[in-house]
Write a protein that binds this ligand. Structure first.
Ligand code: DGL
Length: 270
């Protein structure tokens, strides 16, 4: 009953870690497209093509259900995949919806009409491609009214994280938070709309200040996946072996993953 986790690189490991802890009985197969990261500066056709290739690889591992643990792929490719490409016996789910359900205080999978919610001023930090897609605002509008979203494209942060340059990543996060605050001085909530960003959550929280509630996806995606598998157990595929695959150099990727998750992580070639 394996489940696939897809990301452009290392960021999805934040989600991987959370789902492994939440669902220890499920074998997860992770696919990091490190050879083509970052996705955040690519156009949507390119992101669609690369994401489909990764998802097919996960289907080959017996994962009928794949989570795109990548906001950029969820924003730029998922709708097109679901509408034109995913066969009826497979499922590909993104990471936006659980986040928006949490922000708007909904039950998982509650599709009732949009309503007024407590939070009014929301800062969104994401990659340039995610911000350009406006997918977050579109999904939010299905569920909430009267929420003002100010989005900050955080150029460079994913690259710095993928290269293991934490000092550069920190400096970039601080400058992106400052830029956002010039346009929205008092956000009530901040969304880390890229799965790489929880690796910098402390810096985001410090730069935003203690009064801002920072939402990150890992735990929320894990809870909503547990709920989904409870309702749709037929989508846990036939795969039995947990593994981590990368299109990059397995040794270098394993080393950086080990550094991020602070436990030994071993990737193999995809
Ligand atoms: N971690 C991904 C996301 O959530 C991808 C970032 C990238 O490759 O640019 O958006």
């Amino acid at each position: 009953m394996a489940v696939g986790i897809f990301d452009s690189g290392l960021g999805g490991l934040t989600v991987y870690q959370a789902v492994v802890e939440r669902l220890p009985e499920v074998p997860f197969v992770y696919y990091g497209d490190n050879a083509h990261a970052p996705y955040g500066v690519r156009d949507s056709d390119d992101i669609f093509r690369l994401t489909c290739a990764g998802v097919e690889r996960l289907w080959d591992e017996g994962c009928d259900l794949v989570i795109l643990a990548c906001n950029t792929a969820s924003a730029a490719a998922l709708k097109r995949m679901q509408e034109t490409w995913v066969p009826a016996d497979k499922r590909v789910l993104g990471v936006f919806v659980p986040l928006i359900e949490a922000l708007t205080e909904r039950q998982w999978g509650d599709n009732s009409p949009p309503r007024e919610v407590a939070v009014k001023h929301v800062a969104l930090f994401a990659t340039p491609a995610t911000v350009a897609s406006r997918a977050f605002q579109r999904e939010l509008a299905f569920r909430a009214i009267g929420v003002d979203v100010e989005a900050q494209p955080c150029g460079g942060v994913v690259d710095a994280i993928e290269q293991g340059d934490e000092i550069l990543a920190e400096a970039l996060v601080r400058s992106h938070v400052e830029a956002l605050k010039r346009r929205m001085p008092k956000p009530e909530a901040a969304i880390l709309g890229c799965t790489h960003y929880p690796l910098m959550q402390k810096t985001f929280q410090e730069a935003l200040g203690p009064s801002v509630r920072v939402f990150s996806q890992a735990g929320l995606v894990a809870e909503s996946l547990a709920d989904y598998l409870g309702r749709r157990p037929e989508f846990a595929g036939a795969g039995a072996e947990a593994k981590l695959l990368t299109t990059g150099d397995p040794r270098a990727v394993s080393d950086r993953a080990t550094q991020f998750l602070k436990r030994r992580i071993s990737f193999e070639a995809a």
